[in-house]
Every structure is written in C-alpha cells, then in structure tokens.
Write a protein that binds this ligand. Structure first.
Ligand code: ZN
Length: 177
C-alpha cells in the first residue's frame, strides 16, 4: 500500500502540468484499492470552462472509466483545499476520503472559508477529510507560480494610454433655430 505522501507527490506532478499550460497549478487524482483510477488538473483557461478544476476533471474521468456516477471506496487527492463547487461534487460523487495539501484561505470550502465537508451526519454520506498532506510543497508550488506571474506582469511594458475620444459639439444651436 502506498501512503498519502506518495499519492500527493503524483498530484503535485499533475499540478505542474497545469502550470506548464499557464494555469494555476492544482492537481488531483482518485485512488481506489491502491490504484489510480483517474487524474485531473486545473484547466479552465485553456478549455474556456470555469468548472475545469482539478477535482472536477478527476471525478469526471473516474466516472467515465468506472462507468459509474458514484465513486464508492475512492480517495481523492488534491494539492489545494477544494472550493465550494468541488466540495459539492465530492459529496455528489460519494467520495469516501478527501486528502488535500495546501489550505486555501481565499476560497477553501473544507474549513478555511466555508465548512461544507463536516465530519458529521448532516449528509447521508460520510466523508473522511485529511488536510495538510505535504502542505509545504503544495503551498510553495502555488506561491512560486503567483510570484513568477507578478514578476512577469511587472516586466511587461505598460500599453500606451488610448487617445481620449473627441467630444462632439453640443446640439444647442438647433434648438434656437
Ligand atoms: Zn474547485
């Protein structure tokens, strides 16, 4: 059996794939019985699809490969705490266990901003959550990406300001005629 660190390492590689496409680096994979059944990475800009988060991509691929819309017995590994949308999808997919790396203080729905995945019986389905696996590597990958992007933005020359449109003469004259 592989441990959580091993699978999170794979998720980090998937996140790097997203980064190579200019996307925010987040990677996810779904494991059942110590085998990967699906992978995903953040890809909304390239696909023009705001729902193309790593978790959604992995859940869709897992459903397709298992020919089942319920992913019972599955563990979802993701490098960043899921957002509201992905937390919803995790519940709908009946994922058994969620393991994530970095916390997301801006959009996290597993306790940071919202707590949509509480370890109780508010939903019929019970989900086990393990936060903070390889959190330093996961956070570093994200913060390095944003640092680099800010530096690239700064280095770009600013576009020249557009000339102001000429104001049209008022039509007051016609009123007096
Ligand atoms: Zn999400």
């Amino acid at each position: 059996m592989h441990d959580d660190d091993y699978w999170m390492q794979q998720a980090l590689l998937l996140a790097a794939k997203a980064e190579s496409l200019g996307e925010v680096p987040v990677g996810a994979l779904i494991v059942i019985d110590d085998e990967v059944v699906a992978e995903g990475y953040n890809n909304p800009i390239t696909t023009h699809d705001p729902t193309s988060h790593a978790e959604i991509e992995a859940i869709r691929a897992a459903g397709e490969s298992l020919k089942n819309y319920r992913l019972c017995g599955a563990t979802l590994y993701v490098t960043l705490e899921p957002c509201v949308m992905c937390a919803g999808a995790i519940i709908h997919a009946r994922i058994d266990r969620l393991v994530y790396g970095a916390s997301d203080p801006k959009a996290g729905a597993a306790g940071s901003i919202f707590d949509l995945l509480p370890p109780d019986h508010r939903f019929n389905h019970k989900l086990e959550v393990t936060p903070g696996v390889m959190s330093q590597q996961c956070s570093a990958q994200l913060s390095n990406f944003f640092k680099r992007r800010r530096a690239e933005k700064k280095a770009k020359p600013k576009p020249k300001p557009k000339p102001k449109p000429k104001t049209l003469p008022t039509q007051q004259a016609s009123r007096n005629s």
